[in-house]
Structure formats: structure tokens, C-alpha cells
Design a protein around this ligand. Structure first.
Ligand code: ZN
Ligand code: ZN
Length: 796
């Protein structure tokens, strides 16, 4: 049993015969811990003989009659645990969203007739009930459910009451679609029927006519939830009919609602992809489409093909911000049976999609990484768009898995095709496409005729020496911006640093304000007049004096997006500026800012990474990159690749409608090779970069496994990291690099060191994993409470 609780290993429970049969893939309710707290578990397998330890608790209840997940999905979950060294509890946590993992209620009843119980007042109010629901009763008594539960639990322990978890059993049915019955599609017949109906039903009838004519009938069970009684009346009078799912798929996906035509280049790409779909076994397909080539249309044509066959499509995107835009587009084209799934949704919204998937009432899911875990039983195709994006890898919370790679493995298990799309494929994917491990389909023509943006690499040393720049804006950028204003066009300015200034400094004694918990300087935010740590979120009021020497001569150093916004307003009076970064996008304002810029309510959009991705602004003809050097400055073997991808994506924002456009790179190192490659074909970057990877032994030529060592004491972290280095060397699996301090050596007062293990492409990963876990166990045993926290990150 995999219980939905982070960090938990697989557990054993006794299965009461009465409730059988038990099929792997169903959910069960199990007691956990001293209080027998109910948790949802996923039944992974059944063993005939009891496990070799006493005290196996019986489960509370079986939640599904039929498996939610088939053997293939369960095999995928097992692979995630073994390949990414995750715990079953972490995987179950991702696979079963919150609502699914919680029970609704407890039902309590009395045993015998107890004497007066404590607390008296509560007992007296409850004694007359034969049984009662904890949640409902707590509300009636004005208590919290938790409080009432703990009271009743006490009574249970003294033997006077009994508690049972209340479990609702969702039923499993294929969807029906509802549409106006054919005789009433004729105008007169409809009119007559419509006039005979009471207002509520008449309104539903009219809406259904609209949807029927549009070829987009709603799912019956969804509509019933919204307008139960009127709908029943329509069904009883035979004015509408229910359409079974297969008939619906066949008819609805035969043609697009909102017609689109593919350009010849897109059509050709589609045909090439379609030809590879016949392969057995299927191989992943890389669709390498330059920015603004219209990859989405190729995806849509592919979707249509699969939907018509009654199959489901999973469309994975790296960013929550992009999902809504795509979903709206797909709904306009294919109708309603589309759903969103990502971590930005509320728990209820996530549950709704999960349930729709489980009830087979959804055909396309647009989502981020966790959508990979939805129980889609008719899944026929996976699309991973922007496959190169680092957001597909997970940093932070377990399980640490690479969603693109996991999707490829899942497609392989299901024997279904997977399409990876990007303008700037990751070097790993490109190498596989070149070696023939993946199919390669190029799409190298823009959808609309356009000239490539003109590239200007500006040497800021000269700009400063000759006093050409104003604020952070070079003379080139300034002239081009003024030109845009005159023409009524727009500009995007990119800076990968939010806030006003990254550093506050005392000019007298040189004191720097740093986060006491993280090894990083605090960023000054002007609007809040605060110093904020961008890693742990710590926030303090901006000081007036230096705490060391008392001087009030404090100076701000460096420039973030907030300060750029201010400088724009100072140096370009009348310019309308919008800013898009984490500080301006709390809640749903993200879509508002993008919408306003789209409608031309601003001339310039300043922002961080958020401005680089997939956004389509037809009037943008200038992109400025400020402090381009900071993109290449990290000590990571992927830094250059990431910088290249980001800059190409940024360039792709300019000149989408064929207008003359420009990209300005402001740098102190204009000789950086990367900048000159931006207007060359992708291969000019990728070929030499892959040679470097091969020479220095990085993916895809080796595999990496990172060991992270965390400790609050700097001496201990170094000592224990050194021990790990010794153990890893002794094991002899591959080259051992480090330990070194992580790029941010201390976060939330934990010191962080890393060791990188370079392994051959093919290695016995199961053996290596199990020995690593044993090493960690031994380490924890030896160090006890002084032990460092150790985590493993596979394919970092
Ligand atoms: Zn000072
Ligand atoms: Zn901090």
C-alpha cells in the first residue's frame, strides 16, 4: 500500500475478505499512526501470505470498485520511485490530489448506554442521537470538527462510543452528451416547443440549441449538476437526446469548430509527424519549430486525429501562465471536453479535473508536470511543449523528477507516441534526435512572412566611458525606444533580477545587508521600503543608519526591475510602463498585466523570466536585454544552454507580425560568443556545445546524480560531506566531483554542499540506488541527531 503522506515507505495492511476482491490500482482508506488517522492509500499489490511482522492493521474501507490506475500506470509509479529515489508516499501525494486524499467525515454512534461523560455539556447535547456526523454536529454546536473529534475519540477509548470514517463511493460511468433532439432542430418545431416551456427550462433549451448547432453539446452529468430540474423536464418530454460518448467523439472531432488552415510548412510537418506515429514500438518525435512557426497548429491537427479516434491527449506545458491561453484556444477549436490541471488551481478545481479524468469525461488535459499522474485510460498521445524548459525538472519538493523524461518513459510503457516540441531543444533531446533515437521533424518557416529581428550587441564599457548611456539605457536602446513610441509600437525589456536594488551598502564602513539565514544579500524593494531575502522571504524595514558605524551614508548598488521601471519614467516622460515579475503578479494579476499590454495600454513591458515565454504580442518590435552577462555567469554546466534558450525565446517576442524589429543586448563582454550565435541557426550553437559536453563528460554523454548534504553547522557539513566523498569514491561507480558548496551556500540557515556523481550512460541504476540508500541509512545511524540531511537528485 502506498499511503498518501510525504516521505512514507510502502506499508502493509490486512484485507478483510468480506470486502474483496481487491484489485491493484484501487484506493483504500487506511488507519495510520497512534490515533488511527485515516489516510488514502493506493493498493499496489496483494500478497497471499502475511508479512513477516506482527500487528498488521486491517484497512478501514475500500474506496473504488474498479481500479483507478491500470497496471501500466502502477508500473510507471514504481519506476518513478526506483529511478528518482523517491518515496512511495511522495509519489502517492502527487498522484492523488488533496480532496481524493481526504475523507469527508466521521460518523459516531454510542455503545451501550454510557453514564454521564465529560465534557458534560457536549454529552448532554449528543446523548439523544443514535448516531451523528462529526462535521455536521460540530457546526451545530459551534465547535471545530477537530475539537469534537478529539472529544469523541476520548469516549471511544473509554469504550462508550464508536467512530467510523464516512466514505463516499464515486461511481464510474462513461459520459453522455446532451443535445436538442433532431425534430426540434427545425425552426417552427423548436419555436412551438420553446413557447410551451416554463422560463427556466426554455432558457436551458435555447442554450442547448446554440450548443447543438455549434456542434459542442455539454456533458450530461455536468449540466445536470447546474440545472437539474429543467434538464429533467426536457429529457422527459423528448426535446433533447443523450448521445453516447463514442458517437460524440466520431462526430465532433471530424471537423474543427473554429476552422484553421495549416501553412504548407505546417502541413508538411504534420504529415511527417503523422508518418512516424505508425512506428512499432513508437519512438519519441522532436518537432523542432523555430519561434513563431506555429507549432501549436501542428499539435492541434495531431489532437484532432487522436480525438476522432476516441483517444485522449495530454498536453504538457512548463508554466502555469501558459496553460490558460492554450486551453482557451483549444476550447474554441474543439469544444468543451478540455480541462486544466496544475498546481496553481485550487484544490477543488484540481479535484474536478481529476474526477473528470477518472469518469472519462475529458478528452484533452492541458497541464504542467503533475498532469502526468491523471488516470486517463484512453490516453493516446502526449505532447510536451517547450520541452527544453527547466521548469520540467523539479527543484525543492520531493519527488524530484524530470517531467519530460518521465513522460517519455510513461509513453514508452503505454506504447503510445510522444511529441516533444521546442524552438531551442535541450542538447540532450537534440543529440537523441541526431543519433536517430528520436525522430526529427523540422519546422523552420515562420507562419507569417517576416524579417528576422536585427541584433545589436552593445558594449556598455564604451557607453559608460563616452557617457552615451542614460541611466541603464544605452544610446542604441534609447533611440530605438523613441522610434517605437513615434510609430506606436511596443517594447519588452528583460532583467533577471526583481526588486529595486540587489545590494544596500554603507559608504563609510562598507557594511552590507545580508540575510542572517541565507548566504545572500538582501534586495531593496522601494515600494514596500523593505529589504527582502529572495530565498527565504525574510523581510525587514529599510534602515536609515548603518548598525556598525552609525553613518547615514547608505548607497544602493545594482539594478532590478523595479528600478528600471522608475528610470523609464524619469528619462522618458509620458511613457506608459508595465512591470511583470513575482512582485507584481500576486494572485491573478498576471493575466491582467498581459491583457493590458496586449490591448496596447502600455508602451513598454519590463520584467523577469516571465516575459520570455510563449507570449504573443503582435505590436512588439523591440526587445532589450539589460545586464546580459548575468545570464551566463553561473557555475552550472547548463548555464550557457539556458542563456541561449532564454535569449532566443526573447528574440521570438519581437516582430511577430512581420514588422521591422530589433533586439538589443547590453553587455560588458561583447566578445561573448553566445551573443553572436543568436541570429545564426540553432545548430551553430548546438554542435559545438555538444562537443564540449562530450569532452568534459556531461549529459547526454554521461548521467549525473547529485548528493546534497545539509547541516546547520558549517564544520559538520564539511566533515560529513568529506565522508560521503570517500564512500562514493570507494564504491567506484564513476567520477566523483566535489564536495563543493552549492551556488547559494546557505539557505534558511542550512549550509548546503553538493557532490556530483558522473556515471556512464548505461549503468545498473537499481543496484547503485539501493546501495546509496543503504549508505544513507548507515550514515543516519552513525551520526544520529548530529547527522546531516542527505538528499539525492537524479539527472539534476
Ligand atoms: Zn557603516
Ligand atoms: Zn534568507
Amino acid at each position: 500500500m502506498w499511503v498518501r503522506r510525504r516521505g512514507l515507505q510502502a506499508l502493509h495492511y490486512a484485507l478483510p475478505d468480506a470486502e474483496g476482491p481487491y484489485m491493484p490500482g484501487i484506493r483504500v482508506l487506511v488507519p495510520l499512526g497512534r490515533h488511527d488517522t485515516p489516510y488514502i492509500g493506493l493498493l499496489m499489490g496483494v500478497e497471499e501470505s502475511p508479512p513477516p511482522f506482527p500487528q498488521v492493521k486491517p484497512l478501514f474501507a475500500k474506496l473504488d470498485a474498479e481500479p483507478l490506475y491500470d497496471e501500466t500506470a502502477l508500473a510507471f509509479f514504481r519506476w518513478l520511485v526506483s529511478y528518482y529515489m523517491a518515496t512511495p508516499g511522495d509519489v502517492a501525494h502527487v498522484a492523488l490530489p488533496g480532496r481524493v486524499g481526504k475523507i469527508a467525515d466521521w460518523r459516531a454512534c454510542w455503545r451501550g448506554s454510557p453514564p454521564s461523560l465529560h465534557p458534560k455539556k457536549v454529552y448532554q447535547q449528543l446523548r439523544s442521537y443514535e448516531s451523528f456526523s462529526i462535521v455536521q454536529m460540530a457546526r451545530r454546536l459551534g465547535l471545530s470538527a477537530k475539537k469534537l473529534l478529539s472529544v469523541v475519540r476520548r469516549w471511544v477509548r473509554s469504550g462508550y462510543a464508536q467512530l467510523e470514517p464516512v466514505v463516499r463511493q464515486p461511481r464510474l460511468r462513461p459520459p453522455f452528451f446532451v443535445e436538442v433532439a433532431p425534430p426540434y432542430l427545425e425552426e417552427k418545431a423548436f419555436q412551438a416547443a420553446w413557447e410551451s416551456l416554463p422560463p427556466a427550462s426554455a432558457q436551458v433549451f435555447l442554450e442547448l440549441l446554440r450548443r447543438t448547432l455549434r456542434g459542442d453539446p455539454p456533458v450530461y452529468s455536468h449540466l445536470r449538476r447546474a440545472v437539474g430540474a429543467p434538464l429533467r423536464e426536457l429529457v422527459q418530454r423528448g426535446l433533447v437526446r443523450l448521445l453516447p460518448a463514442p458517437a460524440y467523439y466520431e462526430r465532433i472531432y471530424a471537423r474543427p469548430l473554429q476552422p484553421y488552415t495549416l501553412t504548407p510548412a505546417q502541413q508538411q510537418a504534420f504529415e511527417q509527424v503523422a508518418a512516424h506515429l505508425q512506428d512499432h514500438p513508437p519512438r519519441p518525435i522532436l518537432l523542432h519549430g523555430i519561434t513563431a512557426s506555429g507549432k501549436t497548429f501542428v499539435y492541434m491537427e495531431l489532437m484532432r486525429k487522436f480525438l476522432r479516434e476516441g483517444k485522449q491527449v495530454l498536453y504538457l506545458l512548463p508554466e502555469i501562465a501558459l496553460t490558460k491561453q492554450i486551453l482557451d484556444r483549444l476550447r474554441g477549436t474543439f469544444g468543451e471536453a478540455m480541462a486544466l490541471y496544475h498546481s496553481g488551481l485550487t484544490e477543488a478545481e484540481r479535484y474536478r479535473t481529476w474526477k473528470a479524468a477518472r469518469e472519462d469525461a475529458v478528452d484533452v488535459v492541458v497541464g504542467t508536470r503533475s498532469a502526468l499522474f491523471l488516470p486517463l485510460r484512453r490516453l493516446g498521445l502526449i505532447i510536451v511543449d517547450e520541452e527544453h524548459d527547466p521548469s520540467f525538472g523539479q527543484v525543492g519538493r520531493a519527488p524530484l523528477y524530470q517531467a519530460r523524461d518521465a513522460a517519455i518513459y510513461y509513453a514508452h510503457l503505454r506504447q503510445i507516441p510522444i511529441v516533444l516540441g521546442s524552438a531551442t531543444p535541450s542538447l540532450e533531446t537534440f543529440a537523441h534526435a541526431r543519433s536517430g533515437k528520436y525522430h526529427y521533424v523540422p519546422l523552420k518557416q515562420k507562419a507569417l512572412p517576416s524579417r528576422p529581428p536585427q541584433l545589436h550587441v552593445v558594449d556598455m564599457r564604451i557607453e559608460f566611458q563616452e557617457k552615451l548611456s542614460v541611466g541603464v539605457f544605452s544610446s542604441v536602446l534609447r533611440e530605438l525606444m523613441e522610434e517605437r513610441l513615434v510609430r506606436g509600437e511596443q517594447a519588452i525589456l528583460f532583467r533577471n533580477r526583481r526588486g529595486y536594488a540587489p545590494l544596500l551598502l554603507c559608504q563609510v564602513c562598507g557594511h552590507r545587508w545580508e540575510c542572517p539565514d541565507c548566504a545572500i544579500t538582501l534586495t531593496y524593494h522601494k515600494r514596500q521600503n523593505s529589504l527582502i531575502c529572495h530565498y527565504c522571504g525574510r523581510r525587514e524595514k529599510a534602515p536609515a543608519h548603518c548598525p556598525v558605524c552609525g553613518s547615514d551614508r547608505l548607497s544602493l548598488s545594482g539594478i532590478g526591475t523595479e528600478r528600471i521601471e522608475e528610470q523609464l519614467q524619469t528619462f522618458f516622460p509620458g511613457l506608459r510602463v508595465l512591470r511583470l515579475d513575482r512582485d507584481t503578479t500576486a494572485g491573478h494579476t498576471h493575466e491582467e498585466i498581459i491583457g493590458a499590454f496586449e490591448r496596447g495600454e502600455a508602451d513598454v513591458l519590463v520584467g523577469t523570466q516571465m516575459v520570455t515565454k510563449g507570449l504573443d504580442f503582435p505590436r512588439v518590435t523591440l526587445v532589450g536585454v539589460l545586464y546580459a552577462d548575468s545570464l551566463v555567469a553561473w557555475a552550472d554546466f547548463r548555464a550557457e544552454e539556458r542563456a541561449y534558450q532564454l535569449l532566443v525565446q526573447l528574440m521570438g517576442r519581437a516582430g511577430r507580425q512581420g514588422l521591422e524589429s530589433h533586439i538589443v543586448i547590453q553587455t560588458f563582454r561583447p566578445e561573448t560568443k553566445l551573443f553572436s550565435l543568436l541570429d545564426a541557426p540553432y545548430e551553430a550553437f548546438a554542435e559545438p556545445a555538444l562537443k564540449q559536453r562530450e569532452k568534459y563528460g556531461y549529459p547526454p554523454f554521461r548521467r549525473l546524480l547529485q548528493v546534497n548534504i545539509y547541516h546547520k553547522d558549517p564544520g559538520q557539513v564539511e566533515r560529513q560531506a568529506a565522508l560521503w566523498q570517500g564512500e562514493l569514491r570507494k564504491a567506484g561507480w564513476g567520477e566523483v566531483l566535489g564536495p563543493v558548496y552549492a551556488p547559494i551556500p546557505r539557505i534558511r540557515s542550512w549550509y548546503h554542499m553538493q557532490i556530483l556523481l558522473k556515471l556512464p550512460v548505461r549503468y545498473a541504476y537499481e543496484a547503485v540506488r539501493s546501495q546509496l540508500l543503504q549508505l544513507r541509512e548507515a550514515h543516519y545511524r552513525r551520526w544520529g541527531s548530529h547527522s546531516a540531511r542527505i538528499t539525492f537528485h537524479v539527472d539534476p
